[in-house]
Design a protein around this ligand. Sequence first.
Ligand SMILES: [Zn+2]
Length: 385
Amino acid sequence: MTPIRAGIAACLLSVFLVPFAHGAPAPVEVEARAMLEDLVAFPTTADGDAVPRMADYLRGRFLAAGFAPEDIELVPAGKSVGMLVRYRGAAGSPHKPVVFIAHMDVVTVQREDWNTDPWTLTEKDGALYGRGAVDNKYGLLTVAQAFMRLKREGFVPDRDLVAAFTGDEESGMLTTQALAQRLQGAAFALNADAGGGFRAADGKTSYVYQASEKTYVTFELTVRNSGGHSSAPRKDNAIYELSTALQRIAAHRFPVKWNDISLASLAAIVDAVEGESRASLQAFIARPGDEAAVEVLQEDPYIDRELRTTCVATMLRAGTAENALPASATATVNCRLFPGETVAQTLAVLKDVVGNPEAEFATLAIPSRARRRRCRRKRWPRWKP
Ligand SMILES: [Zn+2]
């Protein structure tokens, strides 16, 4: 994904085009398809215990392909487990290892949002449906299959290659941190959960690279109050004050930003954008920051997010009883920061926008450039699988 196409929505459905629809599939394609079915069948959500089972399954596959037991390591962290597979390169190589990363877990499923069984890879109209079919079990599959196939063929790389599969990318990212500690000193990492190749209906294949990504951070905003009985309402009220704060956040737009990468990524999608937005996008690319263009583009949430930091309320909790004045009201506000902006800067802006010194802000979890609770829902026709 491009920096900005780094999308945001939690996907309800993952879909992936059948990549071998023409002619009889090659044996490696049959094997890959069968393995994707196996992978999708593991319900690797944060509330279950399927990640360790999936890691065991993968371990078995790597062993069968010829990897030595000592080159396959399971790394427990928190409630999940990460996995490292070392593909040994030529002895005495002066080169640093290259890492290939993917994640085994998937976002929790609301079964009623699905019209197929999310844990059964299902083919319909030339597309494959299943939770994680795209994010990120397909990416993991490509890494695993490439490692296994090259191993079976006797390939020896000029350096060590390491597959690093995390188990809680969509939640706590503790396995990510544990694996990152082990992988210090690598030359670089290639992320199977970013960018990729897509074959369009006309048979054309496109490849995209991700060079940058918005930072993910979540804040909680709390307003407190002495409370009281609902029979004697007062003007000060935690729920009302929180709603005022949220209205201000809703009305605020962060300034438009751009850089070489964001402009290049916008240029890459401009042909696939339809309607008035296309001309405005062309104008923006020619004259970054063009106000008339921004006026139009900011109405499209999938383009607006590429132009700036965004913050949005996503959850609420308040009060304890229907006949009591609320002692507190809390909103969750999720932000995606334009590359280069900091969490501290964004928090300062939010406090300023809310303008209520009594409002308490908390930063949830550890913000990370890599933290992305979303799947890559392709938005432009050109990218649709
Ligand atoms: Zn992912």
